[in-house]
Design a protein around this ligand. Sequence first.
Ligand SMILES: NC(=O)c1ccc[n+]([C@@H]2O[C@H](COP(=O)([O-])OP(=O)(O)OC[C@H]3O[C@@H](n4cnc5c(N)ncnc54)[C@H](O)[C@@H]3O)[C@@H](O)[C@H]2O)c1
Ligand SMILES: O=c1ccn([C@@H]2O[C@H](COP(=O)(O)OP(=O)(O)O[C@H]3O[C@H](CO)[C@H](O)[C@H](O)[C@H]3O)[C@@H](O)[C@H]2O)c(=O)[nH]1
Length: 332
Amino acid sequence: MSVLVSGGAGYIGSHTVLELVGRGETVIVLDDLSTGFDWAVAGAAHLVVGDVGDVDLVRRLIEQHDITEIVHFAAKIVVPESVTYPLTYYLGNTVKTRALFEAAIASGVKRLIFSSTAAVYGEPSVEVIPEATPTAPINPYGRSKLMSEWMLADAARAHDLTYTVLRYFNVAGADPDGRSGQSSRNATHLIKVASQAAAGERAGLEIFGTDYPTLDGTCIRDYIHVTDLARAHVAALERLRAGGQSLTLNCGYGTGYSVKEVVEAVKRVSGVDFPVKLCPRRPGDPACLVAGAERIRAELDWRPQLDDLSTIVQHALDWEKRLAQRNTMDKA
Ligand SMILES: NC(=O)c1ccc[n+]([C@@H]2O[C@H](COP(=O)([O-])OP(=O)(O)OC[C@H]3O[C@@H](n4cnc5c(N)ncnc54)[C@H](O)[C@@H]3O)[C@@H](O)[C@H]2O)c1
Ligand SMILES: O=c1ccn([C@@H]2O[C@H](COP(=O)(O)OP(=O)(O)O[C@H]3O[C@H](CO)[C@H](O)[C@H](O)[C@H]3O)[C@@H](O)[C@H]2O)c(=O)[nH]1
């Protein structure tokens, strides 16, 4: 019995692999290393470099390694890029995901966990978003993920497959033990960018939009620690193994912070007063995205353990230091 983790060399995947191998699971990672890193894959896992859209490869891996479950992270994840290159996103996130589902079903995999996103909700009129909120994505990234959710639901109804769709809100932070973190080369996520500014790797930070209908005029988001999120995947897997039915769950804490509050937290925790420029809105940013977070607590044997903004920021800052050391060593 082993678990196939697609995209396990990436940010969230590598943290989930750490949790799985830490529980003694046999883990096979399939990753094309397009945005992931071979060094991010825990030593106890087996990395296969390849494309998740390669049905023959995936079928071979499932059969060779007796794969019983798949956790599917592999995707392209940059929203503005999805607007510029929509067909690349539909290929990477929808067409290749369909291939993975086909291989899984043909080879008899019974359980699957799928990485989705709060972007499927678009710009909801409610401030706190329960799973029943109508989906209405506003960009190709969100649509490419929602189409995959629909495919999965239809395929599971027709075949012997159960699934959990996890819709992540804003993922941030790094492994508390410093084994992995957000390492993307061209990061755009707020806490990562602010941590880079605090570490002196960027001249400063731009705040996109100060005229939103929020208390301080900046956007509000629900930031979830990547290690809590990784543990939610393990809990979701355990629930499916125990016979749990297919389910869609928001992954967030149900607490929102404004961009200004996050920037202040990074300055306070790091002790660095980096320059901040107030800029016009970034296209496509909803004012407020906070998860309705009751269902995940009711359905999974999971409680957040790192749900504190200062902790998330501290771990992100610690990871920037480690990453800088790694990059220096790589250059030497
Ligand atoms: N980071 C976030 O805030 C966030 C929020 C919501 C949802 N998600 C979802 O979580 C998942 C993981 O995101 P992440 O932040 O870890 O991104 P990431 O870019 O760090 O990880 C994606 C991984 O998938 C690999 N990959 C991409 N295409 C592949 C392919 N065709 N075949 C094999 N491997 C491939 C990449 O090399 C990388 O290792 C994605 O599905 C993303 O849509 C992320
Ligand atoms: O340098 C920056 C970076 C971000 N922001 C602002 O900070 C907020 C958060 O932005 P991020 O880029 O960190 O994250 P997003 O909310 O845009 O998107 C992320 O979270 C979403 C769910 O909430 C989706 O899952 C999506 O895939 C994922 O990238 C936004 O208001 C954004 O405008 C800035 O002001 N300056």
